[in-house]
Design a protein. Structure first.
Length: 313
């Protein structure tokens, strides 16, 4: 496979981490990264599904934590973000026509895992938008033994009174030719470069917040702004459909901060209440990005995930 850029200087990833290009079945070029090469006596490979606006370098520390616990790690930039192909003339807009497009990215990632003979079994860690993509992939037969979710996007945090209005506005914008416009309250500038640390919605850890800012200052080509109205319409449709499906019969844990303000807490609680053998842990005072929280929370999450994986072989 053709090598792709990987910014090791900002990633804090394990030695040997690398990236390469892969073309999905519909011709979209994706950047896929082997973030943690298999350690000696590897226990398996974690497929890491990141969230909206994210990129593989952001999960270098997560990959290091997984490698230290005996796992290889493979991840990617979803279409429309990171260094993967972006479909619009305005590259700052997060955009897909339908969420099923992301499943083509999942298929490409799996093909790479097979071609590189990464150690089995496979496991899934999925954050935010990646949690929605991951849940759909599980329903479609993703060959993993267990899954750990972090703040999964099974709903978008909106006051209940505004949800029908938001769904209607997104659908109308998409159907009337305005789907490329930014969703309300979003803009081209990525959140972490504009928001102050005080009362930010991502993390309570100032060091991690500053680290994320430094990454995008060093490599602004990785940044992504708000989603398009068409993306929002597709997201609402996908979340509505996922809620009609029974939870997969697969070992699962989900961690979410009690101060979550990006994804919908009620949707997470309902899904996990119905998940056979699933475990939900709410982090007191935690924000959206559990894997970017304090070192204590990060270590506890990866310990819990590794423990779940070890008992699911």
């Amino acid at each position: 496979m053709e090598p792709a850029p990987f910014f090791a200087n900002i990633a804090d990833a394990p030695r040997g981490a690398s990236a390469f290009w892969r073309v999905a079945s519909d011709g979209v070029r994706l950047r896929i990264a082997e973030l943690a090469p298999p350690p000696d006596g590897a226990k398996g490979t974690v497929l890491l599904f990141s969230g909206r606006t994210e990129y593989v370098e952001k999960y270098g520390p997560a990959a290091a934590a997984l490698q230290a616990r005996g796992f290889a790690c493979l991840s990617l930039d979803w279409r429309g973000q990171g260094l993967s192909d972006r479909p619009l003339d305005d590259p700052a807009t997060g955009h897909v026509l339908e969420f099923c497009e992301y499943q083509r990215d999942v298929a490409a990632l799996l093909a790479v895992a097979e071609e590189r003979a990464l150690p089995r079994p496979y496991y899934l860690i999925a954050h935010s938008m990646g949690g929605g993509i991951g849940l759909r992939a599980l329903h479609d037969g993703l060959p993993v033994k267990a899954v750990a979710f972090s703040g999964p996007m099974w709903g978008i945090a909106l006051p209940a009174i505004y949800r029908p209005i938001a769904r209607l506005l997104a659908a109308l914008s998409h159907s009337t030719g305005f789907g490329h416009n930014y969703a309300p309250s979003t803009k081209p500038v990525t959140y972490v470069l504009e928001a102050p640390f005080e009362d930010n919605t991502l993390t309570t850890d100032p060091g991690m917040f500053d680290w994320m800012r430094r990454q995008l200052i060093a490599h602004p080509e990785l940044a992504l702004g708000g989603p398009s109205m068409t993306w929002l319409n597709a997201a609402f449709r996908e979340m509505r459909q996922l809620r009609t499906l029974p939870a997969p019969a697969l070992p699962c844990l989900t961690w979410v901060g009690t101060n979550e303000r990006i994804v919908e807490m009620d949707a997470i609680r309902q899904m996990m209440a119905e998940w056979p053998g699933g475990t939900l842990k709410e982090i007191p005072g935690g924000e959206h990005e559990v894997m970017m929280e304090s070192a204590e929370i990060r270590d506890a999450f990866f310990d819990a995930a590794a423990g779940l994986f070890a008992h699911s072989t």
